[in-house]
Ligand binder design. Structure first.
Ligand SMILES: [Zn+2]
Length: 384
């Protein structure tokens, strides 16, 4: 750990706009957020002049295929693993890794090992245990044990309304939910059920049933990909209902027309539709689903190839929310900072620029490009 880092005269969004501030970081944490006028006495061990730059909290990506995915694409799903620098350079300083469809060779132990490697590279890396199929896979004998005993594990992934993993037995989903509710009660961790929603007609019905029949707290259930298949399932309407009930829904980047998928709703449109329906921005998160091969389809729906989205689509869509959906930066930031921190049980440590929080910052220039990324008080990326 190196010495104190000072960032001077940046326009700080904590995510709320604070105006020009000096930041002092040390020991991996933010130590002080001070009025810029008092810069005379700042320590000069390591120093960034942030005049003209905006400083935002490091982004949180709660669905990232750190070891690749193989999203039903067979051998073309064998994309390379991500390295820490690629994730950090995109402005993401906290990432939760998930398994994809290919779980034979890309399993939980590899994902756990990957989080260790990425942590050594400066990224705050976490993971979900289990994966799309039920009964849920795990590492230590049960999902409960994984969440209880492994620091990196923040919850479990599963799939509903997905033809590749039909999971039609509600008892298996209930068993997983019970393990997670027990883990949340006994460990104080978020123990979230991170739920891939496929394109089948049932959409979010299995999650409504978990809430109604098992009294699973909505705050513990995260339906993701809910903007992916509106063209052929009621998933987006169900998601709006879930959010109206008080739940938080997770939208996925790169599932829309601009990324070659005509069936999904683009992030700026999806967020705008939620807000126009009266949903508070606090009920929305979005995540990248990066490093998994995404099908590219022609206008008639036929498959024309695959592409892999980089982790930086999260930052891209944050800035598009400002430019295209015309949200103030402080509002657009919530779905990728404080909202996912709340979902993942990381409040007090992640998602905000406050004394005591991890010193994770992204410095943005007037052209909306990333100039610096700071993670744990270290400069981990600097634009040339
Ligand atoms: Zn995914």
């Amino acid at each position: 750990m190196r010495g104190i880092l000072t960032i001077e005269r940046g326009e700080v969004y904590d995510p709320q706009p604070l105006g020009e501030r000096n930041l002092i970081a040390g020991g991996g944490r933010t130590l002080a957020v001070e009025a810029a006028a008092g810069s005379m006495g700042l320590p000069r061990e390591r120093h960034i002049d942030a005049g003209g730059l905006r400083v935002i909290p490091g982004l949180i990506d709660q669905h990232l295929h750190l070891i690749g995915g193989g999203d039903g694409n067979g051998i073309s799903g064998r994309v390379p693993e991500l390295d820490a620098r690629t994730v950090l350079a995109g402005g993401t300083t906290t990432a939760v890794g998930v398994l994809g469809v290919e779980t034979v060779t890309r399993g939980l132990l590899l994902l756990l090992r990957k989080t260790q490697e990425l942590r050594a590279g400066g990224l705050s890396a976490f993971m979900y245990t289990a994966g799309m199929p039920l009964p849920a896979q795990n590492m230590l004998g049960t999902v409960f044990a994984d969440v209880s005993l492994i620091d990196q594990v923040l919850g479990a992934k599963t799939a509903i309304s997905e033809s590749l993993h039909p999971n039609t037995d509600p008892h298996l989903l209930a068993a997983l939910a019970g393990e997670l509710m027990r883990a949340r009660t006994m460990t104080g961790k978020a123990a979230v059920l991170h739920c891939h929603v496929g394109g089948l007609e049932a959409a979010l019905e299995p999650l409504f049933a978990l809430h109604e029949k098992l009294r699973m707290p909505l705050a513990q259930i995260v339906p993701t990909h809910v903007n992916r298949t509106e063209a052929f399932s009621p998933v987006f309407a169900h998601a709006m209902r879930f959010a109206e009930m008080g739940g938080i829904i997770d939208l996925t980047c790169c599932v829309s027309r601009i990324d070659g998928n005509p069936t999904g709703i683009d992030i700026p449109d999806a967020v705008r539709r939620c807000l126009d329906a009266g949903l508070p921005i606090e009920r929305i998160t979005f995540s990248s689903d990066a490093n998994v091969p995404v099908a590219v389809r022609a206008a008639d729906g036929s498959l024309s190839g695959y592409r892999t989205a980089p982790p930086s689509v999260l930052f891209r869509d944050l800035m598009r929310l400002v430019r295209e959906a015309e949200l103030p930066l402080e509002t657009a930031l919530l779905p990728v900072t404080t909202n996912p921190a709340r979902v993942l049980g990381l409040v007090g440590r992640k998602g905000a620029i406050r004394p005591g929080y991890d010193a994770d910052y992204v410095l943005i220039d007037p052209s909306d490009r990333i100039r610096y990324v700071i993670a744990g008080g270290e400069i981990v990326f600097e634009a040339e």
